[in-house]
Design a protein around this ligand. Structure first.
Ligand code: LUZ
Ligand code: MOS
Length: 743
């Protein structure tokens, strides 16, 4: 009967295709509903000299204009309370909300925005990590992870390379923009329909800004049209804005960002600028790494310190670093606060060391696959991370060797060399990279979940958890787990809308762990229900499920249960920069080959092979979707998605016409996605988390571009930024052609 492990269709598959799936803005307007938007700061850094709303108040159809003075509390923040919902005397990024506008129509909102008179004295902005470093504008403490003596290891090393690895940001580009509807109830009560990964945080912040106890606010999330981390913290703002309007006017209020506005006012993936110095032996084995990681946190802390922590605990990636000295500093700039984005700092850490390994290979003239293989974490020795966690169940050596075979790596490297020696118009490159992604929130208390399972008298079952469905299939996985645990057909089980009324104090659907945590909680509830039902069955003989449920009811046996799950074993201590932060690691390898046009810099991925250890998938089809989609999203970050700003800090690339996400034509021409068949002994149903880790597999594409450039860089180590856009590649090709002529 096992339903876990089968390719069950996504529970919204039909609804998405027919259009029956309901998103926030699909909900019909309620009687008296107001449309809500906000007037935002036109400058990146300044002091508000005056704000005059008199003319805007007179605009026909404008119902309310609210400023920070109308809030009970303006200050919030998920880790550090440094963020204000509405600007007070200062503005710190373009897009920062200043005035909430509630109106009867979009036209009225437009007119009101024009009628608002603001006078801002401009202050000197910070737009780069270098400027922030110079002015010492940092967010949170400087942090360290240290093992051994990196300085000495580097001083004594046979070879040393130094450099700086730089990446740009990335917009989440969820198809459904940020959205919320707030519906006032009796007295102070409010119901918020929110497109959020984090209903409990929305609930807390809404209650906080309007000044009511948390129990007065209910947050409901049916689904999201994508989120990718962008709705882990930043769905809070539209929900709070709708909430304050509903609370003040006693009318329902709807906030739905346009795509362009969403791209302008929300933050994205953190740009990083990582300085590194690495010592290594003549056979390419790293003896010491010193790295200083700097991220662009934007104007407020948001999750930046946790993102930095993940970058710092992922710079080792799949490789053993006997001596390591890792420093992490978050810079404060005048951009929208950067936030969680699929990978959460992991990609920036991992890409840094993959870049280093690529450079070591070029420097020594050794094949980069061999360099990586020699540095890989071992299974019995060389298996402790710089922060002290042992890499258990390490299948990396196995998947590395299997990928080498499956991708026909050796023959293809030779073919690439031959091709580049003869072609005058094109260039090829190939690279294999790895990922070892730590699973668990790096904040210990977030690693818990609760679930509510109700059995009804006809034998049908409802499950509610704090997990939110953003297309990733968490509902389907939880339904499968529940069906198996109760031993009922899948058709008897549905997963209900996520609501803070049923599941309280929940963690964000994030860190790839929603199915692990909420699935674990649902299984816990089901096990207790099943034990009670087995007890009833022992008195009645073999009853069919429906009759068993009725018998239990007549015997007054409770048919509802709440489960809880708390991740065992994990721990972390920042004073020593060490601990056991992750329950386990999801791992993988990938090999990509690219083709570059030497005259235009245009790049095409010819082939990518991905081979991972994702445990025993609860739903292989859903997981295949995650592996494929994450890889392509990673490719976007690494090769095409380029956020461009004016010199005043205004985002220029705020729509798909100027911001290039991958489309179907950008997929690798040959794309093999697979996993090995091994069970994860420490997680629900032997599965592993898959949401974020495969995004990092796309780093093989970027490394392949770097490999290709190495053929024309005149013996130098080729430099390359993220994104390796057409423009970036062409700039490198042109520079190398010039130095070739000069030499
Ligand atoms: N959110 C968070 C995350 O608060 N902590 C994490 O470690 C994390 N990791 C990935 C994505 N979101
Ligand atoms: Mo996330 S980056 O919301 O797991």
């Amino acid at each position: 009967m096992n339903i876990v492990g089968r390719n069950i269709p996504h529970d919204s598959a039909r609804g998405h295709v027919t259009g029956e799936s309901i998103y926030v803005d699909d909900m019909p307007p309620l009687r008296g509903e107001l449309i809500v938007d906000f007037f935002w700061s036109p400058v990146a850094h300044g002091r508000i000299r005056s704000l005059n709303l008199d003319r805007a108040r007179e605009v026909d159809g404008v119902v309310a204009l609210l400023t920070y003075r109308d809030l009970h509390c303006n200050l919030f923040g998920p880790i550090i309370e440094d963020e204000i919902l509405l600007a007070e005397d200062k503005v710190t990024f373009i897009g920062q909300p200043v005035v909430i506008i509630a109106a009867e129509s979009r036209d009225a909102i437009k007119a009101a925005k024009k009628a608002i008179e603001i006078d801002v004295e401009e202050l000197e902005p910070i737009f780069t990590i270098d400027q922030a470093k110079q002015k010492k504008e940092f967010i949170g403490p400087t942090r360290h992870i240290r093992r051994g003596d990196a300085d000495r290891a580097i001083a004594e090393a046979e070879h040393v390379i130094e450099g700086t690895w730089i990446n740009g940001g990335q917009d989440h580009f969820y198809l459904e923009s940020q959205a919320a509807i707030a519906v006032p109830g009796e007295f102070d009560q409010l119901v918020i329909h929110s497109s959020t990964q984090n209903p409990s945080e929305v609930q807390h912040v809404v209650a906080h800004v309007i000044g009511v106890p948390i129990n007065q606010v209910t947050v409901v999330t049916k689904r999201m049209g994508g989120a990718f981390g962008g709705k882990e913290c930043q769905a809070t703002h539209p929900a709070a804005i709708a909430g304050i309007v509903a609370h003040t006017t006693k009318r329902p209020a709807r906030v739905v960002y346009s795509k362009d506005d969403d791209m302008c006012v929300t933050g994205g993936r953190h740009p990083f600028q990582n300085d590194y110095k690495v010592g290594f032996s003549s056979d390419g084995v790293i003896t010491g790494l010193k790295a200083e990681l700097y991220s662009d946190g934007g104007a407020y802390a948001d999750l930046s310190t946790a993102v930095m922590a993940r970058a710092m605990t992922h710079i080792d990636n799949a490789y053993y670093l006997p001596n390591a000295d890792i420093t992490g500093i978050v810079c404060r700039t005048n951009y929208p606060p950067n936030t969680a984005f699929r990978g959460f700092g992991g990609p920036q850490g991992v890409a840094t060391i993959e870049n280093i390994l690529e450079e070591i290979a070029t420097f020594l003239g050794i094949d980069a696959f061999d360099v990586r293989r020699r540095n890989l974490y071992g299974t019995d020795e060389r298996n402790t991370t710089p922060y002290g966690e042992i890499v258990n169940n390490n299948h990396l050596p196995r998947i590395f060797d299997e990928l080498e075979q499956r991708a026909d790596y050796r023959n293809r490297v030779d073919a690439v060399k031959q091709f580049n020696a003869t072609s005058k118009s094109e260039l090829r490159g190939i690279a294999c990279t790895a990922v070892k992604f730590g699973i668990s929130f790096n904040t210990k208390f977030l690693n818990q979940a609760n679930a509510l399972v109700n059995i009804y008298l006809d034998g049908s079952v409802q499950v509610s958890t704090g997990a939110t469905e953003m297309g990733q299939g968490v509902n389907t996985k939880i339904a499968q787990l529940v069906a198996d645990e109760l031993r009922v057909p899948l058709e008897r089980v549905i997963v209900m809308v996520t609501s803070t009324e049923k599941n309280n104090n929940t963690s964000a659907t994030a860190a790839s762990s929603a199915a692990d945590l909420n699935g674990g909680a649902a299984v816990d509830a089901c096990q207790r229900l099943r034990a009670r039902l087995d007890d009833v069955a022992s008195r009645h003989g073999d009853l069919p499920w429906e009759k068993l449920v009725k018998a239990a009811y007549h015997e007054r046996v409770p048919l509802g249960e709440r489960g809880h799950y708390a991740t065992p074993r994990i721990d972390w201590d920042w004073t020593s920069g060490s601990g056991h932060p992750f329950l386990y690691y999801t791992m993988g390898t990938s090999c990509s080959e690219v083709l570059i046009d030497r005259f235009t810099g245009e790049m095409k991925v010819l082939r990518s092979d991905v081979l991972m250890d994702i445990g025993r998938p609860i739903n292989p089809g859903v997981d295949r979707g995650q592996l494929t989609g994450a890889f392509v999203q990673g490719m976007g970050w690494l090769t095409t998605e380029d956020l461009r700003y004016t010199s005043a800090g205004e985002l220029l690339s705020h729509s798909p016409t100027t911001y290039k996400i991958p489309n179907i034509n950008d997929l690798p021409e040959v794309f093999n996605v697979d996993w090995i068949d091994v069970e994860n002994p420490v997680n629900v149903a032997g599965s592993k988390a898959v949401g974020e880790p495969p995004l990092l597999m796309a780093i093989s594409v970027w490394c392949a571009v770097k490999h290709a450039l190495g053929f024309v860089s005149n013996g130098d180590i080729a430099k390359l930024k993220v994104p390796a856009s057409c423009e970036e590649i062409l700039a490198r090709l042109t520079a190398y052609a010039r130095t070739a002529v000069e030499r």
